[in-house]
Design a protein around this ligand. Sequence first.
Ligand code: GLN
Length: 474
Amino acid sequence: MDALRSYGFTREQLFSRELSVADVVVECLARLHAREDLNAFLEVFDAEALDAARGIDEKIRAGRAGPLAGMTVAVKDNICVRGHRTTCASRMLENYISPYHATAVERLIAADAIIIGKTNLDEFAMGSSSERSIFGPVLHPRDPSRVPGGSSGGSAVAVATGMVHAALGSDTGGSIRQPASFCGVAGLKPTYGRVSRYGLVAFAPSCDQIGPLAGNVEDLARVLRVISGRDPRDATSADVPVPDFPLSPPDNVEGLRVGIAEEYFPSILSTEIGDAVMNAANVLAEAGASVHQVSLPHAEYAVPAYYCISMADTSSNLARFDGVEYGFRRSADTYQEMVMRSRTDGFGEEVKRRIMIGTYILSQGFDQDYYRKARQVRRLVAKDFEEAFEKVDVIITPTTPTTAFKLGDRTGDPVDMFLADVFTVGGNLAGIPAISVPCGADARGLPIGLQIFAPAFDETTLLKTAGFLEKRLG
Ligand code: GLN
């Protein structure tokens, strides 16, 4: 399938010059501006995108266009694009203009993708609903009384509405997969270290990964091919070869061993979601896969461990926002008071709550009880996956315990919001890759997402399995 076709045009049309890249960009921008009510974008690069498109049209004419020529991409606003604001949807960085590109952005541009603009998110990517942005919430495209998921909600909406072909998101505990699931698009969290984090504003660096969201699995693979690989500017980026990730699904899944973990089908899970995932398992079984029960016994401790680790990380990472070098600044008579007032007024409620809890967790006397224990649990969660992957090639689960919820439903209770991540955080703790693809809809027509986990650096099997399901489930 030609990935661009789902947006009404094909790659052949571009290369036969029936259509120009500029036409494509004009169309994307028109769709984007027609749905400004959804609040998906914080900045749109109208003129710059058109200029870039004309340049790429010339390259196509000259026969030297890059692999992403004709593809439009949106970038979550916690990832740097040179010369543009990177606000993290926070007052703290409201006026921060990045002097450099994130590596992932630099590689997209080098491959001739067109960056359309920056997308809205929960402040500093902390959230699961995209409601915690100082620029207001992102709305679900099917039902504006609902959330699109988060924290990469703007990126998911931009893709779901055809404003762009693909988008970059970041996933620390589920922020790519959960909004992809809520909005009915595909989203992939790569293996930790697969994609450089250079230029991604740190939230919890031992969990953070940049990854793509797209309208289909083929486009995910195209973007992943380009953004992956060792980057000397990120010491945690892995020196592992980048395979040619598959662009088309296999004809069958003969021999694939699929795991189902009962811990991911708790009794509170709606039957609609459980059935949609089991239906996908049956589709795989009919096409030659074998389905096995596996156990991930520490799954229930993943959420508390994730929040301990990520908040501890946050408290130290966000210490850099002190009003001195960059970011929001309040003036005061003393240095202490200046820092205090800048941070008090610059950060939002959720961010401050996490900094305070994280500081407490790391305080002398408590670190053994919380941070150390959380790291031990993290190891056990990773070990559960390692053991399961001795028996199976992939594990399939629901991406989320519910479909898109109503705006305001969970903002009153942070723990309730955290539970939106029960199925996704394990992948971040273990550092393994995971993908979410649509696998059905609930009675209201809201999308249901299927999550697939694979062993570290095996995105190829993820993409093959997801591509196969996409083809079969339609
Ligand atoms: N919802 C999770 C949190 O609030 C994950 C966020 C993310 O992946 N960036 O921490």
